[in-house]
Design a protein. Structure first.
Length: 235
């Protein structure tokens, strides 16, 4: 009797196991989708990887969507947008160039090709003074970097007049760039020359350089190159 019960139990256990196996097979068959093309057609594209071979993605590509890294895209070399053949090299023969048809500046709601009205974001003066001899235009630029204006450049008159149209007036005094030559005479009718102290390379008492001061008429006046002044910096 016990042997019969054991045989029946084994029989039904085998039936149940076969049923389970058949069910799994049928479920897998229902999930199977026939290939749309003969091999190797229809294969998935290779994933973006770190290899040195060129890759092309047909659909859009999102980068750094979580914003964890401040700089979302780093490119070593040149970039072409809307072209497969970017114009290279740049006039200075350096990498890191962008070939693009136009650029939309969202902050001012204009395309670059429509023309923009550049206004410095900040104007200040150096922490130290200097006569008109900086060793040239590059010399005065290098000097301001270590005297309170790191990341700035020497202002010109266009930048200053535009800045004070859109910002509160503060009376700052100092050398600034004009890039012009203007013959003039002093109160004793002696010839003097106003030309950025001969390109910021002269410190004599017979030439002058342009000085900026809101308190003066039109913001413009001049000082002898032998005198020391701060430099007006723009960013």
């Amino acid at each position: 009797m016990k042997q019969k019960i054991a045989k029946r139990f084994t029989y039904w256990l085998e039936v149940a196991a076969i049923g389970i196996v058949l069910g799994l097979i049928l479920q897998g068959a229902r999930a199977w989708t026939e290939p749309s093309a003969s091999p190797p057609g229809g294969n998935l594209g290779a994933p973006i990887n770190t290899g040195n071979a060129g890759q092309v993605k047909q659909g859009p590509l999102g980068v750094n969507s979580d914003g964890i890294i401040p700089t979302g895209l780093l490119v070593t070399g040149n970039v072409g947008i809307g072209t497969l053949a970017p114009t290279t090299p740049a006039p200075n023969a350096q990498p890191g160039n962008l070939d693009v048809n136009d650029v939309y500046l969202r902050s001012i709601g204009k395309w670059e090709s429509q023309g923009t009205w550049y206004v410095p974001s900040d104007v200040k003066t150096t922490t130290a003074t200097h006569n008109g001899n900086f060793g040239g235009y590059q010399g005065i630029y290098n000097w301001i970097q270590t005297n309170g204006c790191s990341g700035y450049h020497v202002c010109d008159n266009t930048e200053l007049t535009r800045y004070y149209q859109t910002h509160a007036t503060t009376d700052i005094n100092g050398w600034y760039n004009t890039g012009t030559y203007s013959p003039a005479r002093d109160s004793g009718y002696n010839d003097i020359h106003i030309a950025d102290c001969e390109g910021w390379s002269y410190s004599g008492g017979d030439y002058k350089g342009a000085l900026w001061a809101i308190s003066k008429p039109s913001g413009y006046w001049e000082g002898y190159c032998a005198n020391v002044w701060k430099v007006v910096c723009c960013k």
